[in-house]
Design a protein around this ligand. Sequence first.
Ligand SMILES: [Zn+2]
Length: 339
Amino acid sequence: MNSVPSKIALNFRGIEIFWRIADAFQSGGRPDEELWERLFKTPGYAALTRSEFAPQNLRKAISIALDPKRAYEARSSADTRLGAFVEHFREAADRRLEIEAVVDELKNRSLRLGDTILNLVEEYLPPEIPREDIEVALVFFELDARGYEWIVVDGLLAAEMGELLHLLIAHEYHHRCRDAVLCYDKKKVDEQDTDIMWVLNQIHAEGIADHIDKPRWFYGENPVQAYSNLVEQYRTEVKEAGETLALIDEVIETGCLAGEEHDEMGKSIREILPLGGHPIGYFMSNIISKANLSVEMIESVGNPFEFIRLYNKASALQGTTALSDSTMDLLSALEKRYC
Ligand SMILES: [Zn+2]
């Protein structure tokens, strides 16, 4: 057990500056250039714009959403990608009082939140691996969360999650600690193996982390209305995961026989893989748990290849279909190359 407790810090700067931008538009003016700069320098927006989102697009959507003079543009942008962001920022502004109350409440319980999160991940991490300090930035972007160097959680999603928010953060926190002991360096994977390795990593990482949040969220009471379809889809995919896995196995088996390149196989597998690998991973980790191999699974939390071997061992015990020798040979070769 760790003697020094790790800490979790919540950061609300992005939301605070967002309200100041909203105030500037509401009073009939425009926000100062400096305010925009400060917005995109907050840790949450800085992380988002470094990786996936262009600051000028976010700025445009925020402006259209918050400027009363641009209400027409807001209406006419509906059903476009930009429009989805506009709608999200408008909703955030409309629900400001509710979100401010959530932020106050989170500030009050942020110390206890850290303990709750550490307790939640405890079962899914071996005792010897370090618990990293984490910083969580709350900002508005879309109804989602990301785990970069900072964990970024959308402010509206946080408000909707309510009492379940710690589950979402704990899931991302698990990724952070697990990635720190991953047996290979993602940056050193050759281009032709990128897809296969991505799929493998997703199935493993999400398959374990989903145990932290999904039982109480996707299989419990889902408070996020907009996720209803996703929850349904996830559950269906978990039920069908055995067949999907067999299909993936077949792609590899026939691919190996035909002497296909790894990138071709990887591309086909990525196309089959539903929901970023979450449901298949969750299915596999459940089979492993049912076969009483959880301890081994957690001990090897940094090794996705071992996860697949444990699944095959477990499926023999559980009577589910194991992966073929071709797939296992391919994985062995990749493990030798990268681990
Ligand atoms: Zn995840």
